[in-house]
Design a protein. Structure first.
Lengths: 74, 142
């Protein structure tokens, strides 16, 4: 699992720290750090909570580009 | 999400560490039983079990703290000075008490170990209850 740079950039755009997001969604800073580094695969519940805090959709933050490349043409 | 509990990653880590600690304890017990079958006794009966359980519990606790899976998100933000001081005082008194009890104990004497094991277990359980009650009272007062 690669790094989640979309989450990191969305967080940086709002000028929020990992601690700010962690407090907002009710997890530890280490959990947010692990998600950004691709070390932890969060549940859909945590994903939606993070997206609500960042004002983004699940596609914006958690959709992987590799999956898009595998879409059938036409 | 409930902030007073462990978050989902912490729960996963705790479960993983707990499973490994349990397997470690099981293997140690089996090795001990195997050695006993071959006629080798490294320490007499109650002490060997107590040592193995203590080692596994210690490894479990240290790994939990090291992996940030011991306290939940809300507890990490708090600085419970009163609780910390109380815990240190209780820990010191427990360590002193157990040291005094084990001062004359010998792990080579089976009868003496059998005599010591009951009060040690009773005191351990009593201290655990006292700590739980003290923590509950402090939590309610805060």
């Amino acid at each position: 699992m690669g790094k989640n740079l979309k989450l990191k950039s969305a967080r940086a755009a709002l000028d929020m720290s990992q601690k700010d997001i962690a407090d907002a969604v009710g997890v530890t800073r280490q959990t947010i750090n692990a998600i950004e580094n691709g070390d932890y695969n969060p549940t859909i519940k945590l994903c939606t909570a993070i997206c609500k805090v960042l004002g983004k959709t699940l596609n914006d933050i958690f959709w992987e580009d590799e999956a898009d490349e595998k879409k059938p043409v036409g | 999400m409930k902030k007073n509990q462990l978050d989902e990653m912490q729960v996963q880590k705790r479960n993983s560490i707990g499973n490994q600690a349990f397997l470690l304890l099981m293997y140690l017990l089996m090795i001990d039983a195997g050695l006993y079958g071959f006629g080798f006794r490294w320490i007499e009966y109650p002490a060997n079990i107590m040592i193995m359980v203590t080692v596994c519990a210690g490894i479990y606790l240290i790994r939990l703290i090291n992996n940030h899976a011991y306290v939940g998100p809300s507890a990490e933000n708090k600085r419970p000075v009163l609780r910390f001081i109380l815990m240190v005082a209780i820990a010191c008194s427990v360590a002193a008490g157990i040291s005094m009890m084990l001062k004359n104990a010998s792990f080579t004497n089976t009868a003496q170990i059998n005599e010591m094991s009951a009060p040690i277990m009773f005191i351990t359980a009593a201290i655990a209850i006292i700590i739980a009650l003290a923590t509950l009272l402090i939590k309610r007062s805060q």
